[in-house]
Write a protein that binds this ligand. Structure first.
Ligand SMILES: C[S@@+](CC[C@H](N)C(=O)[O-])C[C@H]1O[C@@H](n2cnc3c(N)ncnc32)[C@H](O)[C@@H]1O
Ligand SMILES: [Zn+2]
Length: 376
């Protein structure tokens, strides 16, 4: 390949990135996580997987899948011919095992997904690594996984998801997002809620496998399910925050008025509609942990511990700095101490992978403030 470029090594893959093409080194964690999750999925299914990378860029992610996970067939697609040239070059740089069938395609996502569907092909794992909101693609992308197959998608429109830009949140997700202390989790849940609704239109739904908040991007893996009557209606609703006492709680979608259950204030803000169910499947997280332990991947293991810990906690979290300000504390409340004391008092409590200084609990906020004060 001619022109300016950089040479990189990530995982077992070597690749070049021409200066004018997109590659984000910060997305390494999500690519590592994807490789380990793919190994987990192959373990679960008991066979090598058929994978499609719908927006492959220079191919880093797809090539790593082919080299580092039990893959039988992989399709790498990008709509930009220059990216596809880089993918072909990068494939040559790496010794892809001869029993992995590799196909390179230069097509628009929608055209490719409909073509796959018309050919009656299906994939075990569908990667959709979009810039901005993935909503424009997810209808098409949902045509590609087999029943019970996995869609692993990215959203980078964090300003909309986390409540800084309201209009695009309404446009893309039909939802109100909020710049609350747990605004990023609200964003993940809005994303999941809207994704569910898009599947529900066609008698489908998704079981979340995991949500990974990387700060600048949200990664979500979901398993496609068939069945209108089993659509998880009970897990679509609102996250409500009291502006009087700061307690957070969820409400079902059909409830559209209400006061704070803790202090009876009418001054409550609503976020949603959003997904109020589990963000992670604990069994799947355990399988990824097994793969991460074998690989000795300490960063992913640390993240997984937090994700496993938060599985049974309620939606939304509180942040220690806000708590410190609201309770007029001299020192930042210690998150581990808070979680421990809340548990001792019989509440559900955990840390959260969304925020180092965050914690989840079903305790009313006045209880949290009292405990934080005692811990000073
Ligand atoms: C975020 S980058 C992909 C990065 C890559 N997955 C990685 O991990 O390095 C998005 C890619 O999608 C491609 N793309 C954007 N819109 C597309 C479309 N409608 N159809 C196909 N490819 C598209 C762009 O050319 C770009 O390479
Ligand atoms: Zn209240």
């Amino acid at each position: 390949m001619s022109g300016e470029r950089i040479d990189l090594q990530e995982g077992q893959a070597r690749f070049i990135v021409p200066r004018d093409l997109f590659f984000n080194p910060r997305a390494r964690l999500s690519r590592d996580f994807g490789v380990l999750a793919l190994r987990a999925e192959a373990d679960l299914q008991g066979h090598r997987l058929h994978v499609i990378d719908l927006m492959a860029g220079v191919g880093a992610r797809g090539i790593r899948y082919a080299l580092e996970a039990p893959v039988e067939r992989i399709v790498l697609n990008d709509g930009n011919p220059a990216a596809v040239e880089a993918i072909r070059y990068n494939l040559q740089l790496n010794a892809i095992p001869s029993d992995v069938k590799v196909e390179v395609v230069c097509e628009q996502v929608h055209r490719l997904c409909y073509a796959v569907r018309l050919r009656d092909e299906r994939f075990d794992w569908v990667d959709l690594d979009a810039f901005g909101s993935p909503s424009v693609y997810w209808h098409a992308a949902s045509l590609v996984p087999r029943w019970d197959g996995v869609l692993y998608l990215t959203a980078t429109d964090m300003a909309a998801l986390c409540g800084k830009l309201r209009d695009p949140a309404v446009r893309h997700y039909g939802a109100v997002t909020r710049p609350w202390e747990c605004g990023d989790e609200v964003g993940a849940r809005v994303l999941l809620g809207a994704l569910q609704q898009s599947a529900g239109e066609r008698g489908l739904y998704y079981d979340p496998l995991f949500v990974l908040d990387e700060g600048y991007a949200m990664r979500i893996a979901v398993r496609l399910r068939y069945g209108a009557s089993t659509f998880p209606v009970q897990h679509v609703g609102w996250l409500v925050k009291c502006m009087g006492c700061f307690s957070q709680t969820t409400l079902p979608l059909h409830v559209t008025v209400g006061r704070c259950r803790v202090c009876d204030s009418e001054d409550v803000q609503w976020a949603g509609p959003l997904w109020t169910g589990s963000l992670h499947d604990p069994e799947f997280l355990h399988l990824i942990s097994v793969a991460a332990r074998k690989a000795g991947h300490q960063a992913v293991l640390r993240l997984l511990r937090l994700m496993i810990d938060e599985v049974d906690s309620p939606a939304g979290y509180y942040a220690a700095p806000e708590l410190g300000k609201r309770a007029h504390l001299r020192r930042l409340p210690p998150v581990d101490g808070l979680v421990q004391q809340l548990r001792q008092e019989g509440y559900i409590a955990s840390r959260t992978h969304f925020e180092t200084a965050g914690f989840k609990t079903n305790a009313p906020y006045p209880v949290i403030q009292r405990i934080a004060g005692q811990l000073q």
